[in-house]
Design a binder for this molecule. Structure first.
Ligand code: PGA
Length: 249
């Protein structure tokens, strides 16, 4: 079973447009037997979209705050997200990290997600790729620190999304053989932290300029369990192609 997550980021402008895109994704998703489809809309659309999802497309929030409730103006807790229908939540997306979020913040968010009964999609990835291989240290550190509060029993509520920051929104994805290398590296690191069987059981997704044209290749040859798709997930035609590619692979 492949997992395809569409991250809408701060789009679309209108609730009606969100419903229209979501309904067309649902139509394709409900015909597929080998793909779990998940959409991450802005917070304000989650509740409405949940009502029309009919269990065919799961909902994922794009972020959460680590406290349950309290004097935190502008924040949203995992419990609130769960209550309006989210099953998943992104933690540590590179665009949040770019606004100052650290691995230590991410670790609190992952812990809060689990407390609320949500599955955490932990986003990690290097900002640059250099010849010296320091990107491997970057990814290992992101993993170690972002997972620092995850107990073994909660590992089944974790997904890792590997997104090299330099490939996000740029039109160029990482070649499949390098994605495969990183997927193995991530699983090895998780196995070192939690044990081999536990580490292997954590799904690893790839994200960063996934399109209808490269999705099949990445899934077939990239050794990943699915994809985290950004801008192409807002275009129902492209996202449909990605879902179909995942179904075939
Ligand atoms: P992209 O974004 O597919 O537009 O590169 C991926 C993401 O931000 O998760």
């Amino acid at each position: 079973m492949k997992l395809i997550i569409g991250n809408w980021k701060m789009h679309p402008y209108f609730a009606d447009e969100a419903k229209r895109i979501f309904s067309s994704v649902k139509k394709t998703a409900s015909k597929l037997g080998n793909v779990n489809t998940v959409i991450c809309p802005p917070f304000v659309y989650i509740h409405e979209l949940k009502k029309i999802s009919k269990g065919k497309v799961a909902l994922c929030a794009q972020d959460l705050f680590h406290e349950t409730a309290g004097p935190y103006t502008g924040e949203v807790s995992g419990e609130m997200l769960k209550d309006v229908g989210a099953e998943f939540v992104l933690a540590g997306h590179s665009e949040r990290r770019g606004m100052g979020e650290t691995n230590s913040d991410v670790s609190l968010k992952v812990q809060a997600a689990h407390k609320a009964g949500l599955t955490a999609v932990v986003c990690i990835g290097e900002t640059v790729r250099d010849q010296s291989g320091s990107y491997l240290d970057h990814v290992a550190r992101d993993l170690r620190e972002s997972f620092s509060k995850v107990q073994k029993k909660n590992l089944k509520k974790c997904i890792v999304a590997y997104e090299p920051v330099w490939a996000i929104g740029k039109g160029d994805s990482l070649p499949p053989e390098l994605i495969e290398e990183m997927a193995i590296f991530i699983t090895k690191n998780l196995s070192d932290l939690y044990g081999q069987d536990e580490g292997k059981a954590v799904p690893v997704l790839y994200g960063g300029s996934v399109t209808g044209r490269n999705a099949e290749e990445i899934i077939k040859r990239g050794g990943v369990d699915g994809l985290l798709v950004g801008h192409e997930s807002l275009n129902p035609e492209s996202f449909m192609e990605i879902l179909k590619a995942a179904e075939k692979a």
